[in-house]
Design a protein around this ligand. Sequence first.
Ligand code: BLA
Length: 519
Amino acid sequence: FVYSEPIDLTNCDREPIHIPGQIQPHGVLLTFQEIDLTILQASQNTIDFLGIEAQSLLGKKLNDIFVDADIQFIKQAVSKNLDFDYFNPFEVRLKHPSCYPQFEGVIHRTDNVLCLELEVKSDSKISYPLSFYHLLKASLKSIVHVNDFQESTKQLVWEVKKITGYDRVMIYQFEEDGSGVVIAEAKKEELESYLGLHYPTSDIPVQARKLYCQNWLRLIMDINYKPVDIVPVLNPLNNQPLDLSNSILRSVSPIHVEYLQNMGVSASLCISLIQDDQLWGMIVCHHYEAKYVNYETRKACEFLGQFMSIELFKKHYKELEKYQQKVNELQKEFKKNLSTIPPNINKFLQNDGNRLLSLVNASGILIALEDELIVFGNTPPTNAVKKLLEWLKKNHQVELFQTNNISEYYPDFYPYKKNASGILVISIFSMNTSYQIVWLRPERTQTVTWAGNPNKPVTLAEDGTMHLSPRRSFEVWKETTQGCSLPWKKIELDAALELRNILMLTALQSSQLALEKVA
Ligand code: BLA
């Protein structure tokens, strides 16, 4: 199977990663017919594992090759329509043993065939259910005991590191705009930390996210592997490329391989974190040498991922509730401070600066009263601020205006992006007053550490076209996201609107009082 077009930044999310026609070389793949277990396709490396050339396996039956007792259940499972997950993994032995005495088999259905994947079983002493239980018991206990979201993400990465032994284990969480951030990390001490670093949306394209919602776990044992072809490449029953979405040996996208090479990584394991059918994050494990983790340990991690998806989401939800509570308390406080008759809005605004910042997680605030400007926190110089306020008055005199990239609307503000890339504005108007509150957020910092020389130019192919690399994609992203802050969250916009309501009401009351006085 050959991709019809070369993959680059513009079509990266069209790369059909579920049908690569190849697998990773640390195991073998066979597809066969349900009715009589006739082998239809085989990976080219069967000679290395089973001692038989792939071509000579085609047309044979599974029970010609493997010990009957080991594969007997397949027919039963098919006739009773049982889920293969009840049997995976199972022991598979060759009728005529060659280099390896036994394998660990995993089976699933894809398109209209069954797909058997075999990995060499290294330790015959493992008894699955028991060690699986032992692997998980301590981890689950230590994670469940923690109440707070951040603390439990920390526990989780250390537990996964303990179970698997990877050099670095991270939780990568997606932001609302599809980019992501490393929110927890367990690593070997001497490694540089990635905690808090942001990465672009394109690092994990749409089709990959979709696939990861379906298949929760991926292993790359050795990033320098040579992919192994499946022969014939088309499934003979339907003449289509074999769908490897649920395969455990699927060869991964070459672009992603290059990405990991750029990062200096040699092996990886990645587990999805999903809630309500949405991929909200991933546990990403890196190793700086080739590394194999057996199926059982992978499954234990997958189980932790599934369990934690629910736990973490619950805890995350609790944090949101806590934030909402804090907002409610602030609002109450604001109402109290405005309850003098007549309410002294100016005094309130001058005294409550810090609390106003924390209401929407901003780092600076401008309050433009009719004849006075109050600034608080990190703000650009007064001259620049005054010009921004004039521009806002002319162009965005609305209840609420927000952007995470003000220079896109108002380029004059670009030089101040360090203090003010994102702005959130509420305008309060009544009969005798009108003013604005402007919250500011700094540019989101993007830093990434690539292995090798960071100044190495982008590779040029012989025909002069620019060769895409993830490093290049990062540079593009860095350029396009200059002057952008983290986006304002819905819950923060709601808090700002609610404050506006309180201030509007107070302003109305004071106009009323003023009218009564005149009368
Ligand atoms: C896949 N990209 C991924 C995966 C991760 C990342 C975690 C899943 C890989 C896996 O399951 O092993 C990204 N990895 C990261 C990030 C960090 C990390 C952000 O460690 C941060 C610490 N990638 C690019 C560009 C393209 C691209 C420019 O950078 C496309 C043009 C594609 N990434 C890409 C593809 C996959 C991927 C196609 C799917 C790989 C596969 O499963 O076949």
